[in-house]
Write a protein that binds this ligand. Sequence first.
Ligand SMILES: CC(C)(COP(=O)(O)OP(=O)(O)OC[C@H]1O[C@@H](n2cnc3c(N)ncnc32)[C@H](O)[C@@H]1OP(=O)(O)O)[C@@H](O)C(=O)NCCC(=O)NCCS
Length: 176
Amino acid sequence: MSWQFLDIVEEGVLIDPSFKCGNKSIDRYLTKYAVKNHRNDISRAVVLVPVLGPKYVVGFYTLSSYHIRWDTLLPEDQEEIPKYGCPATLIGQFAVHLDKQGEGLGRKLLMHAFYECVKGSKVIGSKAVVVEVHPEDPRKDKNLAAYQDKWKFRPLKDKPLTLILKMDKVRKLFEP
Ligand SMILES: CC(C)(COP(=O)(O)OP(=O)(O)OC[C@H]1O[C@@H](n2cnc3c(N)ncnc32)[C@H](O)[C@@H]1OP(=O)(O)O)[C@@H](O)C(=O)NCCC(=O)NCCS
């Protein structure tokens, strides 16, 4: 099956009100808030839909601006960062429909999100990509492990569920 990425507000995009990814708060976000926040310039939502047939959302992510306070960074991460902190890009939501999980779509979405973060950083400074794992996420440990072990995200000091990956490292993912 072939997939395409679209903005959530593009014509023809369909959101199943019973969308399920295994995390109810993310399901609720997609069905109730994603379009509203996109239209309202709060966060941009990108969806993954089939190229052929009805464009039902099988996965999505959101991006928005974020500010990292210098004193929340681990000492090793404070180098080069001004004391007043730095701008960053938050991947706020990230999910694939339960029926389609385990087929590589999560990785596809995440790589697309990373690429958009890199592209955005060429126009507006952004020192890092940020992800937040919800304390009540049923897959909290699995998600944390994926971000930290596979992608080398690092936690903020005293905030182990907020993770950052500096933009130079993200950019390297796309270098030949
Ligand atoms: C996380 C989720 C999007 C992964 O989707 P998926 O389609 O099953 O993922 P894939 O089939 O691509 O397989 C896993 C790949 O994604 C990565 N991955 C899995 N979960 C991940 C996560 N939470 N964060 C980052 N990467 C993750 C893995 O590293 C793996 O990459 P690899 O194949 O290169 O090793 C999906 O399980 C989901 O929607 N979960 C519920 C919502 C959720 O927990 N979202 C994350 C909030 S922090």
